[in-house]
Design a protein around this ligand. Structure first.
Ligand SMILES: Cc1ncc(COP(=O)(O)O)c(C=O)c1O
Length: 238
């Protein structure tokens, strides 16, 4: 759409570079867009960092925070932006999805929380009619009501994330701290070739190609058996 994009790169320890983010928002962009926790690396902003970034943002900037992975991060040193944004007098949108912790990616349903009815009306004007079907909406409501199931699957994903992370570290690999349902790590080989090798063993991961990150791979946390399969395939390849 002809916009110019300023990207903020992570720190060398793969955490979010909050100072660089603050510097970028001081340029008064039309829109500030980030995910928290962040995909693909897994970093997150604490309440303090989030406040610093939002406070540096001018009132005319539209703030969009994608909280697709919030369920995996809540209750730790992670803060949803909702309580912060709802106190601000500027346009903002928080995005949530049923594709991750709720396990409903195939139904293509999520929602946005919008600070201002006028902004919501603008979004309604550009979205396609009937874009979230009735069955998906019914399933999403049922999923929201089943807190016990959500707590169970999130706890399992977090325990497995810790287990896979420890296993990667025990092999001497650098792994980014993550509050998502995935891990971003340095396989110390060409990531694309390494991913091909894993694929031959039935494991699909995402290799990075970007300069400086072309030995990095993101792996999603699966079931305990799937994670065992991944770790065995990885050991073999290493
Ligand atoms: C940050 C982020 N937002 C959104 C999505 C996808 O959400 P949806 O399936 O609702 O389009 C993903 C996952 O692929 C993601 O990583």
């Amino acid at each position: 759409m002809g916009a110019s994009v300023t990207r903020v790169i992570v720190n060398s320890d793969l955490t979010i570079n909050v100072d660089a983010l603050i510097e970028a928002v001081r340029e008064r962009p039309r829109m500030l867009l980030f995910s928290n926790p962040m995909n693909p690396v897994g970093g997150w902003l604490s309440a303090g960092d989030l406040s610093r970034v939002l406070d540096a943002t001018g009132d005319e900037t539209l703030i969009v925070v994608d909280e697709a992975y919030a369920e995996y991060a809540e209750g730790e040193d992670y803060a949803s932006s909702l309580p912060f944004l709802s106190k601000r007098d500027q346009p903002w949108i928080v995005l949530r999805t049923f594709s991750k912790a709720f396990g409903l990616a195939g139904l293509r349903i999520g929602f946005g929380i919008v600070g201002d009815p006028e902004l919501r009306a603008l979004l309604d004007r550009v979205r396609t009619p009937f874009n979230a079907n009735g069955m998906a909406q019914a399933a999403a409501l049922a999923a929201l009501a089943d807190e016990e199931h959500l707590a169970k699957v999130v706890a399992l994903a977090k325990a497995e994330r810790t287990r896979v992370e420890s296993s990667l570290r025990s092999k001497g690999l650098d792994v980014a701290p993550s509050r998502g349902n995935f891990l971003f790590f340095n396989c110390r080989h060409n990531a694309s070739a390494f991913a091909e090798g894993l694929l031959r063993d039935g494991v699909i991961v995402k290799p990075w190609k970007q300069e400086g990150f072309d030995t990095y791979i993101r792996v999603s946390i699966g079931s305990p058996a799937e994670n065992d399969h991944f770790m065995a395939a990885l050991s073999q390849l290493l």
